[in-house]
Structure formats: structure tokens, C-alpha cells
Design a protein around this ligand. Structure first.
Ligand SMILES: *Cc1c(COP(=O)(O)O)cnc(C)c1O
Length: 225
């Protein structure tokens, strides 16, 4: 038994999310029991951001769980998750994309990925600016990669109270998605994912075209680091 009402919170979120938007339950830093509780409610898609923590959970939990890697992924860790990961959401360099392709090939898999877009005003080392995204796709090496499939974009809005700023960042991401879709993926139905929206901003994200929300705190409670 766990002392936090994961089931109640999960049900509330699921009621809140319209059809066509998928929920990635972000379970990082939460114990496996929390995931099992959400699993009993039917949740099968979980997000983790540390390779070793994910591996422990993957080993001990049911194998029909889909795991999304949502954090910054070092290239030397790709080999550990390549056998089983469902999606790598935060691809922020060509180097990482190459390594995913290489490791996926070893396992005879095609790994779905998202390009991580950096729009938020916060200083972070990670993510591609809109121009980086354009350059990466323009340059074209990705077209030769038979073991990765670029399925869309992922982004985090600035962590601010100003709703209009958050909304305008989601709109920028959505506009870039449309631009890239038209330029490179018009014939690729799998390029359809817009992964934005977290506990504090997912209702705005959904209004602004999100297809996948990544929610942790609002389901599992505060993380203990
Ligand atoms: C931790 C994390 C989330 C979930 O954040 P909450 O505020 O707990 O919902 C979503 N996306 C990414 C990339 C994260 O690292």
C-alpha cells in the first residue's frame, strides 16, 4: 500500500485530457509501487529521465509498459536503453541521433524519437533552437538513418506564472511543427507528435495543440530527490 492517492489523481487527469492526447505518467524519482498502482488503473505509458533508475524499474515491472526517455540522454547511455525503450523524447544533437540509430540497428529495431526544442527563456544546456532544428533536418543525414524515426517535437515552456508567455511558447513550438511537417514530413503520418504540457501547464498545452502531455507531480505528488 502507498500513502498517496495515485489512483484518484490519475483518474482526474485522465478525465481532464481529451481523446487524442496521450498521457505520459512521469514516474522519475518515484518508487516502483507508485507505477504499479497506476498500472492497476490501466496506465501503460511512463516517462523516466535517468538510465539506471529506468533500468531497475524496467527489470522489475511488467513488460507491457511503454517507457519514454524524457531527460537528457548521454550518448554513452544509449546502448543500455536501446533494447527496450519505446521513445526517446529529448534528442538534442545529431550526435545523439546517430548513436540511437547505431544502437537500434544492433537490436534490429527502429526507435521512435522526438527532437527537443528549446524555446523557454531559461538558460539550459539542452535542446535545439528552432534554427538548430531546421539545420539538422536541412542537412539531411537523418534520412539515411534506417533505425530511427523522427515522430515530432518535444518542448518545455518557461517555468513562469505568466500564462500568456507559456501560451506563446507553445504556439511557437506548434508553428515550427507545422513548418517542419510541411517541409520534411508531409508524407510521413508518423510525424505527428507534439509533446508539451506538464503538471502546471498541461491545460494550456492541450489548447495549443499538444498530442502528448508529460505529467508527474499532479499524479504522483512531489518528488523526493
Ligand atoms: C520531470 C519532467 C516532467 C514532469 O514534470 P511535472 O511538473 O512533475 O509534471 C515533464 N517533462 C520533463 C522533460 C521532465 O523532466
Amino acid at each position: 500500500m502507498i500513502d498517496y492517492d495515485v489512483k484518484g489523481h490519475l483518474r482526474q487527469i485522465l478525465d481532464d485530457i481529451p481523446q487524442g492526447v496521450r498521457l505520459v505518467a512521469v514516474s522519475k524519482y518515484h518508487p516502483a509501487e507508485y507505477i504499479e498502482t497506476a498500472y492497476e488503473e490501466g496506465q501503460r505509458l511512463f516517462g523516466e529521465s535517468h538510465e539506471q533508475e529506468l533500468r531497475r524499474k524496467y527489470d522489475s515491472l511488467p513488460k507491457d509498459i511503454c517507457w519514454h526517455f524524457i531527460g537528457h540522454l548521454q550518448t554513452n547511455k544509449v546502448k543500455y536503453i536501446a533494447p527496450y525503450i519505446s521513445m526517446i523524447e529529448a534528442v538534442d544533437s545529431l550526435k545523439l541521433l546517430r548513436e540511437i540509430d547505431r544502437q537500434a540497428a544492433k537490436h534490429d529495431r527502429v526507435i521512435d524519437v522526438l527532437l527537443e526544442l528549446h524555446i523557454a527563456e531559461e538558460e539550459t544546456k539542452y535542446g535545439l533552437t528552432p534554427d538548430d532544428c531546421r539545420r539538422l533536418l536541412q542537412e539531411g543525414e537523418w534520412r539515411e538513418m534506417e533505425h530511427v524515426r523522427i515522430c515530432g517535437l518535444m518542448m518545455m515552456a518557461s517555468y513562469v506564472d505568466d500564462e500568456s508567455q507559456i501560451r506563446s511558447e507553445f504556439q511557437m513550438a506548434n508553428n515550427l511543427f507545422d513548418e517542419l511537417k510541411a517541409a520534411y514530413f508531409a508524407d510521413a503520418p508518423y510525424f505527428c507528435e507534439r509533446s508539451w504540457g506538464m503538471s502546471h501547464d498541461y491545460p494550456i498545452a492541450i489548447e495549443e495543440g499538444s498530442t502528448m502531455v508529460r505529467i508527474g507531480t499532479a499524479i504522483f505528488g512531489p518528488r523526493v530527490y
